[in-house]
Design a protein around this ligand. Structure first.
Ligand SMILES: C=CC1=C(C)c2cc3[nH]c(cc4nc(cc5[nH]c(cc1n2)c(C)c5CCC(=O)O)C(CCC(=O)O)=C4C)c(C)c3C=C
Ligand SMILES: [Fe+2]
Ligand SMILES: [Fe+2]
Length: 347
């Protein structure tokens, strides 16, 4: 019998025009998963940061036409995934829904749309390959708070083979298109996090390192690499090394830098402005032999294949959290891994 299967794609979202930059930032900094201060201090902090950061952020979004390309980018991924799922399981009906955390279409809107569509099965699929309490954790809570109900839930996929291969292929292609330079260093740049978030048991950094190790193992021809962290905001200590510092050091060594976004799966402000403009300038100023930015995975075939496999695997087995390989992969020190919290750890 044909089933109606809804796939909910979680991401952060972004402002759709200059007037939404400030409210978007206010929503982000008012999230208890991002700012740990209690109510009513947190909304005050959120108001303050959105006012002070707003003008600079507006200028940066202006470089991309005033708003973020994250929605059209995610819609392309949704269309490609829907087509791949229909081809794999023609008897079923599939529809993908976007659920953004800090701007439209909000997770609450997705909950309403999925209910109106009348899904028999719901699969929650984060567009964050590595789990963090600040991203996937926050989106899953928003889903529950909006009355989304129990659903088949992909928690993370840092080692999913098609995902790892898609990264390795993208890096190799970028290297080949740059003329196979020899003195290369691959910088795997992930969004950073405050140290305190990791100290509380967030497995994100560990999962990013797992992805990098697997991608590197598939790229013996360009083995020299460093994992680094970008997009620091605010006064707290963030995990290191920072991408900017590593770009500078590698440039001073005269390296050809290949910069690959390892935790972003679409293009937006952090790639198009921070990586393509700010860090490129740092590389040029400090004498890099070259600077090649690997595109985000977007709707690349290998990545859509990964999302398709994750969706079909999630349909198999019980409703609820679906950890990679059926059990939590994160070591015991990462107590905020949702699979550990749900008692799905093997150790
Ligand atoms: C304390 C602040 C932040 C934490 C922690 C954080 C974690 C985090 N974010 C992403 C992915 C994205 N972040 C994006 C933009 C963005 N992130 C923050 C702050 C934190 N993120 C801000 C203030 C902004 C807005 C831009 C700016 O003012 O710098 C985006 C892109 C949004 C868009 O433009 O479309 C993404 C995607 C991850 C993966 C992550 C932790 C793992
Ligand atoms: Fe962010
Ligand atoms: Fe997990």
């Amino acid at each position: 019998m044909s089933r109606r299967i809804a796939v909910v794609l979680f991401n952060l979202g972004g402002p759709d025009g200059p007037e939404s930059v400030r409210p978007f930032l206010r929503n982000l900094f008012n999230d208890p998963a991002i700012i740990y201060a209690p109510w009513p201090v947190r909304p005050l902090i959120a108001e303050l940061i959105s006012r002070t950061r707003g003008p600079k952020a507006k200028l940066e979004y202006a470089k991309m036409g005033g708003g973020s390309p994250i929605i059209p980018e995610t819609e392309r991924q949704a269309d490609a995934l829907t087509a791949a799922l229909k081809a794999a399981s023609p008897d079923d009906e599939f529809a993908c829904f976007l659920a953004m955390r800090y701007w439209h279409p909000f997770t609450e809107e997705a909950v309403r749309e999925v209910k109106a569509w009348g899904a028999d099965e719901v699969i929650l699929l984060p567009l964050y390959p590595q789990f963090s309490t600040t991203t996937t954790g926050s989106s899953l809570k928003a889903w529950r708070d909006a009355g989304g109900g129990e659903a088949r839930t992909v928690c993370c996929y840092p080692l999913q083979p098609d995902f790892v291969k898609a990264h390795a292929d993208a890096i190799r292609t970028a290297w080949e298109e740059a003329g196979r330079p020899q003195n290369v260093r691959v910088l795997h740049s992930a969004h950073g996090l405050p140290e305190v978030t990791i100290a509380r048991g967030d497995p994100y950094r560990w999962q990013v390192e797992q992805t990098v190790a697997a991608v590197t193992a598939s790229l013996p021809e360009i083995a020299d690499h460093i994992t680094c962290f970008q997009s620091k905001v605010g006064p707290l200590e963030w995990i290191k090394p920072s991408t900017e510092e590593v770009v500078e050091e590698s440039a001073k060594e005269g390296r050809h830098i290949i910069l690959s976004p390892i935790a972003f799966v679409s293009e937006h402000i952090e790639t198009l402005v921070e990586l393509d403009e700010e860090y490129r300038l740092v590389a040029e100023e400090h004498g890099a032999a070259g600077y090649t930015r690997v595109p985000a995975l977007g709707a690349a075939d290998g990545f859509i294949e990964a999302l398709k496999s994750l969706t079909l695997d999630a349909l198999d087995g019980p409703v609820g959290l679906k950890p990679p390989n059926g059990r939590a992969i994160c070591p015991a020190e990462f107590g905020r891994c949702p699979c550990r919290e749900a008692g799905l750890a093997g150790n």
